[in-house]
Design a protein around this ligand. Structure first.
Ligand SMILES: Cc1ncc(COP(=O)(O)O)c(C=O)c1O
Length: 388
C-alpha cells in the first residue's frame, strides 16, 4: 500500500509550487494548493529506474528504446483502446513545447486559433506569443462544463479558424468529454477543415464510471486531422523531468511538425525523461490505481467541506484530474480582491480563475493532490476568512 498521507517537505527544493511563491507574493507561511503537480513521492519503481541510471554513472546522449515505444503502444491500447504505431510518435520536452512547435509548423502568423474559455492559461500564451489570432469560445458552466456548439460553429465560420486547441480531460474543472460531444466537435472541425490539437496530458487521471475517449478515436477519420499530445508526467508526478510525446497519424502533418522540430533542434530529450516514462508505463499501474482512490477521497473531502462550511462557494465535481473549479461569485469581490484575500488573509495559494480566460472571473482553481492533512489545513484557512 502506498502512503499518500505522508507529508514530505518540498521547501528548499526549488519547486515552483512551494518555493517560488514566496518571492512572488512576499509572504511567509503560504500553503500552496495551486500549480498542477502533486505532493506525493513518485512510484518506487520509477525512482529505482532513475537510481539504476545514476549508479551506472554515464549520462550521455540517449534516444528512445524499442521497449519504450512498446510500453507506450501497449499502454494506449490497454487503457484507451487506441492503436498507435511507433512511426506516429514524436517526443518532446513537454506538451507545451510540442504544441508550440506544431502550431508553428501548421499555421502562419495572423491565422485564427480557437481555444475554449476558461482553459489552461498557456494555451492563450502559445497562440499570442506566436502572433496568431486568439479566438475564444466560452464553455457553458452549469454543474459542469459543456461546449456551446452554436457559438463554436459561428466562430469557426466567421473567424476562419485554422486550429482548435482541445483539453481533454479539461483543465480546469476536470470535465472528461464524452464520445458523443467529441464526435459532434470533430464533425464541425471536419466540415470547416479545422485541425484539432488534443491535449490529453491528464488522460490517465479519470474516475470511473467516466472514461476518456481519445479525440482521434471519437469518429471516422478523426486521426487524419488531429494531433494528440500526452505524457505520463501528470499521472506519475514526474512533471520536472519534462518529457512528453505527440502522436500524429497523418503522415503529411507529421512530416511538417517533425521538420519544424528539427529546425528548432528539439528532437533530443533528457535521458531521465525516457527512463521515467518507460518505468512508469511498465510498472506504475498499481500505484496509479491507489492514487486515483486517494484523489477521489480528497475530492470528496473538499466537496463535503465546502458544502458544510462554505456553501457560498460552488464547486464543480471533477470527472478527472485533481483540479477543482471553485465559483466565488456569491461574494461579489473583484478578482484582485479575491486573490488578495486568499493570499494575504487566508495564506493559501490557489490559481486565479481570471488567468484561465474572461469566463474564469470570480473563480479559483484548487489542487487537491496533497496529503489529506495538508488539504484540511488549507480548507480550514479558507474557511476562517471566507465564512463571514
Ligand atoms: C492541460 C495541460 N497541458 C499541459 C501542461 C504542461 O505540460 P508540460 O509540462 O508537459 O509542458 C499542463 C500542466 O499543468 C496541463 O495541465
Amino acid at each position: 500500500m502506498e502512503n499518500f498521507d505522508q507529508v514530505i517537505s518540498r521547501i528548499g527544493t526549488n519547486s515552483i509550487k512551494w518555493d517560488e511563491i514566496k518571492t512572488m507574493y512576499h509572504e511567509e507561511d503560504l500553503l500552496p494548493l495551486w500549480i498542477a503537480d502533486m505532493d506525493f513521492k513518485a512510484p518506487t519503481d520509477v525512482l529505482q529506474a532513475f537510481e539504476n541510471l545514476v549508479q551506472q554513472g554515464i549520462l550521455g546522449y540517449s534516444g528512445p528504446s524499442s521497449t519504450l515505444f512498446q510500453a507506450i503502444i501497449d499502454w494506449q491500447a490497454v487503457h484507451h483502446e487506441w492503436q498507435i504505431e511507433q512511426e506516429d510518435i514524436l517526443f518532446f520536452t513537454g506538451v507545451l513545447a510540442g504544441m508550440t512547435t506544431a502550431l508553428q509548423a501548421l499555421s502562419e502568423p495572423g491565422d485564427s486559433i480557437l481555444i475554449f474559455d476558461p482553459v489552461y492559461p498557456p494555451f492563450a500564451s502559445i497562440v499570442e506569443n506566436n502572433q496568431r489570432r486568439l479566438i475564444r469560445s466560452s464553455l457553458i458552466e452549469n454543474e459542469t462544463f459543456s461546449f456551446d456548439f452554436t457559438d463554436l460553429e459561428h466562430k469557426i465560420k466567421t473567424e476562419n479558424v485554422k486550429i482548435l486547441l482541445l483539453c481533454n480531460p479539461h483543465n480546469p474543472g476536470g470535465r472528461v468529454w464524452s464520445k458523443q460531444e467529441l464526435h459532434q466537435l470533430g464533425k464541425l472541425c471536419q466540415k470547416y477543415q479545422v485541425i484539432v490539437f488534443s491535449d490529453e496530458i491528464h488522460q490517465d487521471l479519470v474516475f470511473a464510471p467516466h472514461q476518456l475517449t481519445t479525440f482521434a478515436n471519437a469518429g471516422d477519420n478523426f486521426a487524419d486531422f488531429s494531433l494528440t499530445f500526452t505524457s505520463m508526467t501528470k499521472t506519475f508526478n514526474l512533471a520536472g523531468i519534462k518529457n512528453s510525446f505527440l502522436v500524429i497519424k497523418n503522415p503529411e502533418l507529421r512530416q511538417k511538425v517533425a521538420t519544424k522540430q528539427q529546425k528548432n533542434f528539439q528532437q533530443e530529450i533528457n535521458v531521465f525523461g525516457y527512463t521515467g516514462m518507460e518505468a512508469a508505463y511498465r510498472f506504475g499501474e498499481s500505484w496509479r490505481k491507489e492514487l486515483l482512490t486517494y484523489l477521489q477521497q480528497n475530492i470528496q473531502l473538499a466537496i463535503d467541506f465546502f458544502h458544510a462550511e462554505l456553501p457560498k462557494i460552488t464547486i464543480m465535481s471533477p470527472e478527472g484530474t485533481y483540479l477543482l473549479w471553485l465559483d466565488f461569485s456569491a461574494y461579489d469581490l473583484t478578482d484582485e480582491q479575491l486573490e488578495q484575500k486568499m493570499i494575504h488573509e487566508a495564506k493559501v495559494v490557489l490559481n486565479s480563475g481570471l488567468s484561465y480566460g474572461p469566463s474564469g472571473s470570480q473563480h479559483m482553481r484548487l489542487n487537491v493532490a496533497c496529503p489529506k492533512a495538508t488539504l484540511l489545513t488549507g480548507l480550514k484557512r479558507i474557511k476562517k476568512v471566507f465564512a463571514n
